[in-house]
Design a protein around this ligand. Structure first.
Ligand code: NAP
Length: 290
């Protein structure tokens, strides 16, 4: 770690709980590799303290911060300016300071899309299926729409929440339509789509044997389909193992984590982030390197 002096500038991540965040690992690795005088810390902030914390951050000259659960929506009214993309998603994950106050955006969309751009596809011929309708699913919907997907189907287990989710896109001028379905329709939908994205926490450590999709349901998956799991531990998840057995291309959640962090780093520091170093630091921390 670089020497912390009286001039060291502060970046951080706010959330509750926050001690499991991987962001300090990758951002401090990036800071060290660039030799810049910054440090990035996990800052625990309870919901009731959010407003006073933001005011305090301005008072102490915090340069910028990441935002995670449960503050991604609640922070919006406390910011001076919110980007169009964050308004579209309905959540902010990156905040930086300007003369006019705190500005916020959402880099999860960019993070989600980044690994998909590596595949040479006609996205206008691609139909996406999203499992779950939580916070991450919102960034995934905007990402699929930005890619120009032909259609977006969302499955969830609660009909009221599904209907609210569909309703929430009505005035957002998405270029792709969003259709919601009860979980029971999953087996009918799988053969009709080219991209299946798990945004539920099912299969995340320590429940590593679980999958949101029953093994038999994968049958009928289209040739060349992509299975994308937002979960990054374990790596691969049961969901990705099953999809691969059916011939799918598998994408895990680590690259999204790295790329959303890299996009935030660029906003705060105005310089090209060392993406390889950030990725390696996480792979090493998670025990994914030999
Ligand atoms: P969230 O807002 O709590 O949403 C979770 C969603 O999963 C909800 O729609 C929930 O539905 C559904 N769900 C939970 N358990 C389920 C089950 N047993 N069966 C079916 N649906 C279930 O969480 P989030 O912030 O969107 O995060 C979701 C996952 O994405 C987490 O694993 C997180 O680590 C991961 N993530 C990864 C990245 C990355 O950079 N790779 C970024 C963000 C999130 P109900 O409301 O019906 O329970």
């Amino acid at each position: 770690m670089s020497l912390i002096t009286g001039k060291t500038k502060l970046l951080g991540v706010i959330g509750d709980p926050i001690e499991h965040s991987l962001s300090p690992v990758m951002h401090n690795a990036a800071i060290a590799s660039l030799g810049i005088d910054y440090v990035y810390l996990a800052l625990p902030v309870k919901s009731a303290d959010l407003e006073v914390a933001i005011a305090g951050f301005a008072a102490i000259g915090l340069q910028g911060f990441s935002v995670t659960i449960p503050h991604k929506q609640a922070i919006i009214p406390l910011l001076s300016d919110v980007s169009e993309i964050a308004r579209g998603v309905g959540a902010v994950n990156t905040v930086w300071h300007t003369e006019g106050g705190w500005n916020g955006t959402n880099t999860d969309v960019e993070g989600f899309i980044a690994p998909l751009r590596g595949y040479n596809r006609d996205w206008s011929q691609t139909t996406a299926l999203i499992l779950g309708y939580g916070g991450a699913a919102r960034a995934v919907v905007v990402g699929c729409s930005q890619l120009g997907c032909q259609g977006i189907h969302v499955v969830g287990r609660n009909l009221d929440k599904l209907s609210q989710f569909q309703q929430s896109w009505v005035d957002k001028s998405l270029s792709t339509s969003v259709t919601v379905h009860p979980w029971e329709e999953l087996s009918e939908l799988i053969p009709q789509v080219d991209l299946v994205i798990n945004t539920t926490p099912v299969g995340m450590y320590p429940n590593v044997e679980q999958s949101p999709v029953d093994a038999a349901v994968w049958q009928g998956l289209r040739d060349g389909a992509i299975a994308y799991d937002l979960i990054y531990t374990p790596n691969p998840t049961q969901f990705l193992k099953q999809a691969k057995e059916q011939g799918a291309i598998a994408i895990d959640g680590l690259e999204m984590l790295v790329q959303q962090g890299a996009a935030a780093f660029k906003i705060w520091l105005g310089q090209t982030p060392p993406v390889d170093i950030m990725r390696q630091s996480l792979q090493q921390y998670l025990g994914l390197l030999p």
